[in-house]
Design a protein around this ligand. Structure first.
Ligand code: ATP
Ligand code: MG
Length: 406
């Protein structure tokens, strides 16, 4: 139901929607009572306020007469983003949609607003908060539907330090650009300590800070000045900002950068700092694909599980691949079955600890996939790149399907 898009006819806006019904689907009784109070304050005669979540409210929506106000509680929804997407498509552009939930996270907030919610309120909510949210002008009113994002954003994040996230980000980027002929940008989101440029023996240009510091000024000239060409179809955006200066990568900068790159980039691979700064959460909340790189140590098992939980909290079911790396090379490895039980998910990729390949990669400052000669490692690195890349780059779509969590 959630994945299915209604027909275009159903999506056309209803002119009288502002006067339309007041409907709500709320998980808990306390919040339901608050919603009832507010509906009464607004003079709504017969609001429909049911027990349930965002997916349940879909049944209440009459697409011929879209509601004027819709309040959806996403606290228990497995796929809140999918549910909100379906709600917006069924209601059209004039319904005021307010989401309510338990998770206080800016990335989730932005996703919901981008989809078309007017506001997102975190429980516990008061009648005052809710009526204020309902009095705000609908943000989507008269707005054009969002343009489809063109570049695919792949976030690589390590469950622990030194597990090989940067190594694999560079390797996947190389395979996608050289073997699968995709136009790729490698983006190091750690402007202070990032090591992508160093690992490829590249002196970072000075422009990345400029890009994130002045989103209003981002254009293709600025991007070209900041990017370094690594190879055919492969560019790098990285920095080495002085440690004396604090600098946060802002979400607005990333949004504008992605929009600017869209024209001539198929895939952006973001080496995402593990320290959960706002930008890391934001990227994990919006990436088209997330690769969690992990060893099989006990701390890495705990933190892979925590990362998976964070991502589920941010966006419900998400396309995540768990990438086991340096396998067989860490003292005190947990057995694979125990590790998978611990994280509650399968390890999708198994990349062995391969000293010779890693040494060659470091000494020649070349991506792992470029220098690897052992068929066991080359095959798995290629399978990884195919799975993380756009489906049109894949020789067989079924490989991609297999790694996406259902
Ligand atoms: N499969 C592998 N076999 C052997 N060594 C590997 C493998 N993958 C990565 N390495 C080595 O592990 C070390 C750490 O890799 P890398 O810097 O990519 O990790 P990281 O997760 O990005 O670390 P950080 O937390 O510092 O960002 C490097 O020396 C790299 O060459
Ligand atoms: Mg790294």
């Amino acid at each position: 139901m959630i994945g299915a898009k209604p027909s275009a006819a159903k999506r056309s806006p209803a002119p009288k929607a502002a006067q339309g019904q007041f409907i709500a689907s709320i998980v808990d009784e306390v919040t339901r009572e608050t919603v009832k109070t507010v509906a009464a304050e607004l003079g709504r005669q017969s609001p429909k306020i049911q027990e349930g979540g965002a997916e349940d409210i879909l049944r209440l929506i009459n697409t011929n007469e879209p509601p004027g106000i819709l309040i959806a509680d996403i606290s228990n929804d497995e796929d809140p983003i999918g549910a909100m997407d379906a709600i917006v498509h069924l209601c059209g552009f004039e319904t005021k949609i307010v989401a309510i939930g338990l998770i206080n996270d800016v990335a989730l907030y932005r996703r919901l607003i981008d989809l078309g919610a007017s506001d997102y309120l975190v429980k516990p909510i008061s009648a005052q908060m809710l009526s204020n949210a309902l009095r705000q002008p609908a943000r989507r009113h008269g707005r054009e539907p969002l343009k489809p994002k063109v570049s695919r954003l792949v976030a690589m994040v390590g469950a622990r330090g030194g597990v090989g996230a940067t190594t694999l980000a560079a390797s996947v980027a190389w395979s996608l650009s050289q073997e699968l002929r995709q136009k790729v940008v490698l983006l190091d989101l750690d402007l202070h300590f990032g090591s992508l440029a160093l690992s490829l023996d590249i002196e970072p240009q000075r422009g990345l800070r400029e890009i994130f510091g002045n989103p209003d000024r981002i254009d293709s000239l600025l991007i070209n000045a900041a990017a370094t060409t690594v190879g055919d179809r492969l560019r790098l955006l990285a920095a080495e900002e002085p440690l004396e200066e604090s600098f946060e990568v802002g979400q607005a900068g990333l949004d504008v950068l992605m929009a600017e790159l869209a024209g001539d980039t198929d895939v952006v691979i973001a080496d995402t700092p593990r320290a959960m700064s706002p930008i890391s959460r934001y990227v994990l909340g919006m990436a088209d694909m997330i690769g969690i790189v992990t060893e099989l140590s006990l701390p890495a098992m705990r933190d892979t599980q925590r990362l998976l939980r964070l991502i589920t909290g941010l966006r419900g079911k998400a396309p995540v691949a768990v990438i086991g790396n340096r396998l067989g090379g860490v003292a005190g490895e947990v057995g694979r079955a125990d590790f998978e039980r611990g994280i509650g998910a399968k390890i999708d990729f198994h990349i062995p600890f391969h000293l010779k390949t890693a040494l060659s990669s470091v000494e020649r400052a070349k991506p792992l996939a470029e220098v690897a000669r052992d068929p066991k490692i080359t095959a798995e690195l290629r399978r990884l790149a195919v799975a993380l890349g756009p489906s049109e780059a894949a020789p067989k779509a079924s490989i991609v399907q297999r790694v996406l969590r259902k």
